[in-house]
Design a protein around this ligand. Structure first.
Ligand code: FAD
Length: 420
């Protein structure tokens, strides 16, 4: 299907129908990278943006090694050392941290992940990646169009017909929905999504540790949810504190001084020099997965497909792997002269993504359920298991394997993950 516009006489009105092989829907980071990747593979698309809002993403994201390779290949990785901070060690504990928790050679309790001191991931600011993508995508020959209201979508034997409330109309072979955890496209297609709600929210803020973090990410599991610090620059950190909804509102509304005291109380006195250096924001957490990953004429990518708990810092990395695999599937369909709505595309996508998505969901849900027992109505694991603690896990051989999986590219391979 070539991109072109057809005029249809409808009563006395002329309706323009825009024909395009692929439609990408979404305003977030997955949609941005999806468009860059389609450009890279020479696949033509139209991007549909919902009306702009004043959404500003103040979060940071950890980008693992496989994802960094992919972003480099797509020319989206132009981060200076100031704008991307290496993570070389990850320390996870159920207990408060000691004074020397940022020292690689110290004996600290908990689970310590590293790849022998090599880089495991980077912390970047979401807004910086967003700007890189927008700059890159503004040079694309593909169309970007705004739509109004909810999209009305019909899946027919001859393709997919999309209408907005202002009677704009698009005709396509495939929609790639990147419209987030509350995906309206997924809902309207009637795809079943399994919710794994933990009744939690995450408070996000930037802090100055006023001491060197030596590229350590740390996370403490508390009964209401994990508190994570991702390193930024040399002595700052991005705080992501997941809490049950009842607690999060109380903590969010505390004064700056009281909030700071709560953090120090949770992490230990070794953090007593810390200061807040941003406003705090709150994010709802809605873990869910759509096992079908789409239907003929529709593929889900990123959080519209699977939204996971941020405790492993893997949500966006999974989204990037979705994008990489979708592009492989579409470019081989194009080579074989298949329409983009051919069922083999969705089957291949599902087969190549299932293992990693299920494994990361099992890991994040399992850890959250095991340790954040106050956030769940029913305690699934006995206290004795919780008490065995992460210290025991630290000595298990699976730890090295988990570190490799966290670095990406182990459970999913795709051409965008290969070295530049
Ligand atoms: C607190 C928190 C911390 C996280 N930390 C990490 C991490 O460290 N590593 C990691 O890999 N993942 C992390 N994640 C997960 C990651 O943020 C999501 O997987 C990722 O943002 C999904 O992108 P998306 O485009 O699919 O969905 P979304 O970002 O939810 O985008 C979908 C929709 O949201 C709206 N939207 C989003 N951005 C914009 C924008 N800039 N302008 C206008 N509208 C917008 C639009 O309606 C858009 O269509 C974290 C999630 C949370 C909640």
């Amino acid at each position: 299907m070539q991109t072109n516009n057809i005029k249809i006489l409808h009563g006395l009105n002329i309706i323009m129908v825009h024909k395009t092989p692929i439609v990408v829907v979404g305003n977030g980071l997955t949609a941005e990278v999806m468009c860059s990747a389609l450009n890279y593979f020479g696949l033509e698309y139209t991007r549909l943006l919902s009306q702009r809002n004043d959404f500003v993403d103040t979060r940071t994201t950890t980008i693992n090694i496989a994802s960094q390779k992919m972003l480099s290949r797509l020319n989206l990785w132009s981060f200076s050392n100031k704008n991307s901070t290496e993570i070389r060690n990850i320390l996870v504990s159920q207990y408060k941290f000691s004074e020397n928790c940022f020292n690689r050679n110290s004996e600290t309790s908990g689970l310590h992940f590293s790849l022998d001191g090599e880089i495991m991931a980077w912390t970047i600011e979401n807004e910086n990646l967003f700007k890189n993508c927008q700059k890159h995508n503004s040079k694309s020959p593909s169309l970007i169009e705004n739509y109004y209201g909810n999209l009305n979508i019909e899946y027919t034997e001859n393709g997919v017909v999309i209408n907005d409330i202002r009677r704009k109309k698009w005709h396509t072979e495939l929609i790639i929905a990147c419209d987030g955890a509350n995906s309206a496209i997924r809902e309207s297609a009637g795809l079943r999504s399994t919710s794994m709600a933990a009744n939690q929210e995450a408070i996000v803020a930037r802090i100055n540790l006023n001491r060197l973090h030596h590229n350590f990410a740390v996370q403490r599991f508390l009964p209401d949810g994990p508190l994570a610090l991702m390193p930024i620059r040399t002595q700052e950190a991005a705080l992501v504190w997941s809490l049950s909804k009842t607690k999060s509102a109380n903590i969010f509304n505390l004064s700056e001084g009281e909030f700071k005291r709560k953090i120090i109380n949770a992490l230990g006195d070794s953090f007593k020099k810390m200061t807040l250096c941003s406003e705090k924001k709150i994010w709802g957490l809605k873990p869910s997965v759509t096992r079908s990953m789409g239907r003929p004429g529709l593929i889900l990518a990123g959080d519209s497909n699977h939204s996971i708990h941020p405790l492993a810092g893997m949500g966006f990395n999974l989204a990037l792997a979705d994008v990489a695999v979708i592009c492989d599937c579409l470019s081989s369909a194009k080579k074989n002269g298949l329409s983009f709505s051919h069922p083999s595309i969705l089957s291949e996508y599902r087969a190549r993504r299932r293992l990693e998505v299920e494994a990361i969901i099992a890991l994040t849900q399992g850890l959250n359920r095991l340790f954040s027992y106050n956030s769940f109505k029913f305690k699934t694991f006995p206290s004795s298991l919780t008490n065995i603690g992460l210290g025991i896990m630290d000595s298990l051989p699976i730890k090295k394997q988990l570190a490799k999986i966290a670095a990406g590219g182990v459970l999913t391979s795709a051409s965008l993950f290969s070295d530049v």
